[in-house]
Design a protein around this ligand. Structure first.
Ligand code: ZN
Length: 281
């Protein structure tokens, strides 16, 4: 099952790229809010898996917004692929955890205002949490996952690393720095939920290419690791870390410029396309 956010309304997305408005198709049983669906996830998923697409409409992709537009918590981890950790010259450890403030979330085809500085790309598999959980054992972790989506963890490296302690949260939270989408795919509907091809292209050139099976902590271990401390809430989002190939470790370093086109692709999910644009005041 795939679902998304079409002009702010929750929709199911069917084969052949058609959409079904959830509130209308359910006769009001489920609301239009893409974020409120996690209040009753199990009932929604059960309904969505048997609903008829007879009244579906063609998908207008330009109207797709971030499928999870306002999670209460957005957790992100760093250094979760060994080649990326190696390119950064850092030792392997439990992944560092940070957030991207949720106002940075934007849609799969949104323009992103360039804040200046050294703005970099990071493709990431994004996990959407279905229900509340604390101290979740890895064996049960997938029961807490609504689905998977694709994300860019855009990062301004100068602010990220300025000062006595790193400023990850600020450097990764400029407006528009958190593209997500194009939709959420339930774990049963991707080829292998633990091993998907993942890629960033900048102006058509492949700069990151890996498989999520290379993650040092896979999705279930990450959920165990994070929920050991944090109570995960319905509709929360986890950015699971980026593979090697970010611009700051190019020789010489390469950063995004106004006009650059970033494609963020994950097998079985889809592809985002975001363009860096000049900042307006
Ligand atoms: Zn990242």
């Amino acid at each position: 099952m795939r679902y998304g956010n079409l002009s702010g309304r929750l929709v199911l997305i069917g084969d052949g790229e058609v959409t079904l408005d959830v509130e209308k198709a359910s006769g009001g049983r489920f609301g239009a809010s893409p974020q409120a669906v996690y209040d009753h996830w199990d009932e929604f998923a059960q309904w969505a898996n048997q609903v008829s697409f007879d009244d579906a409409e063609p998908l207008e992709i330009a109207k797709l917004g971030a499928p999870v537009p306002m999670p209460r918590q957005l957790l992100a981890v760093g250094l979760n692929y060994d080649l990326h950790t190696a390119e950064a010259g850092l030792p392997l450890s439990d992944p560092p955890v940070f957030t991207k403030f949720v106002s940075a979330i934007t849609g799969p085809y949104a323009d992103v205002p360039h804040p200046g500085g050294s703005t970099d790309w990071e493709v990431e598999l994004v996990v959407v949490i279905a229900k509340k959980g604390h101290k979740i054992p890895r064996e049960r972790a997938w029961e807490y996952v609504a689905g998977l989506t694709a994300g860019q963890d855009l990062s301004e490296r100068e602010l990220q690393k300025a000062g006595a302690l790193p400023q990850f949260n600020l450097g990764k939270s400029f407006t528009g720095f958190c593209p997500m989408g194009p939709w959420v795919v339930t774990p049963d509907a991707v080829p292998d939920k633990d091993d998907l091809e993942i890629e960033t292209r900048v102006n058509g050139k492949v700069v990151q290419h890996a498989r999520t099976g290379e993650m040092l902590m896979g999705v279930s271990e990450l959920i165990e690791y994070l929920s050991a401390v944090v109570t995960l809430l319905p509709g929360d989002v986890i950015y699971t870390g980026t593979p090697a190939g970010v611009g700051e470790w190019f020789d010489p370093p390469q950063f995004l410029q106004v006009g650059d086109v970033i494609d963020t692709a994950i097998e079985g999910i889809g592809c985002l396309r975001n363009v860096m644009v000049a900042q307006t005041r």
